[in-house]
Design a protein around this ligand. Structure first.
Ligand code: CP
Length: 299
């Protein structure tokens, strides 16, 4: 059975710790390991991407492999070929498959029929590759994840859910502040026995108290455009600015998975200033995903 990575809950705490160690090693020596030598990885994009596409494409090459980027509207999928058949055929050619799509059931169906590892590169419910980079960034900054408090302020979306799932596995203390109607309440399943904790609140200041990292995401995610005005109104006070960082732990830093909308969920002063690790976080996508791919394709 191949090992898939659909929500992040597939990893134990020890595996996640080892993966982050390995990612840091790969960051220091990006060309030292070639576990994908002579092999290809299919990367299917049904939605736009900058970071995910470039970090996977370059990362696969650094691992000695060949990325095969497929836009789903150019595949037979767009003409009705079943997900099952797509998974069966791709499995005959590539060592792993990455998928960015909408509904979670699509990656679940592809994974069911794939005989090679399937990686969720973003769905409506989850963004676990982003969370790996988030954890790597916090670990680089704090030296550990054990008991470190990370606050997330904003929409209770796929990024928040994956941060909660993987952060809890890793031993983080996560606090998520969202307005009524935008909370993860009722839709967050944490792995049994997770070492860390997740608390949900409506109060951004309460969430950031004692937090070493303060994280946010856009008010209007891909697929939410129809409700953009309502979202902007509901989320307008959920913004990272200097005052919110002042209410967190001393030397707290900002995180954002990007793309950002400066002036909405984060101020330009924070986004481009000294109190953030956002650009490191974007770079860490590549290192974390390389360590993940190595783990998944290794016998
Ligand atoms: N954070 C993230 O997934 O960025 P892209 O949408 O650019 O891939």
């Amino acid at each position: 059975m191949p090992r898939h990575f659909l929500t992040g809950a597939e990893l134990s705490r020890d595996e996640l710790d080892a993966l982050l160690d390995r990612a840091l090693q790969m960051k220091r020596e990006p060309l030292a390991a070639t576990p994908l030598s002579g092999r290809a990885v299919a990367l299917i994009f049904e939605k736009p991407s900058t970071r995910t596409r470039v970090s996977f494409e370059v990362g696969v090459r650094e691992l000695g492999g060949q990325p095969v980027v497929l836009r789903s509207d150019e595949m037979q999928l767009s003409r009705g070929e079943p997900l099952r058949d797509t998974a069966l055929v791709l499995s005959r050619h590539v060592a792993a498959i990455g998928v960015r799509t909408g509904e979670d059931r699509i990656v679940e169906e592809l994974a069911r029929h794939s005989s090679v590892p399937l990686v969720n590169m973003l769905t409506a419910g989850h963004h676990p590759c982003q969370a790996l980079a988030d954890l790597l960034t916090v670990r680089e900054a704090c030296g550990t994840l054990d008991g470190v408090r990370v606050a997330y302020v904003g929409d209770g979306n796929n990024v928040a859910r994956s941060l909660a799932v993987l952060g809890a596995i890793a031993g983080l203390e996560i606090a998520i502040a969202s307005p009524p109607g935008y909370s993860l309440e009722g839709s967050l399943e944490l792995p049994e026995g997770a070492a860390g904790s997740v608390t949900l609140t409506e109060d951004a200041r309460e969430a950031v108290r004692g937090a070493q990292a303060v994280y946010t995401d856009v008010w209007v995610s891909m697929g939410d455009e129809a409700t953009a005005d309502q979202r902007r109104a509901a989320l307008s006070s959920y913004r990272i600015d200097d005052a919110l960082l002042d209410a967190a732990a001393p030397d707290a830093f900002a995180l954002h998975d990007l793309p950002a909308h400066p002036g909405e969920e984060i101020t330009a002063e924070v986004l481009y200033g000294e109190r953030q690790r956002i650009w490191d976080q974007a770079e860490n996508r590549r290192h974390a995903q390389k360590a993940l791919l190595e783990l998944l394709v290794s016998p």
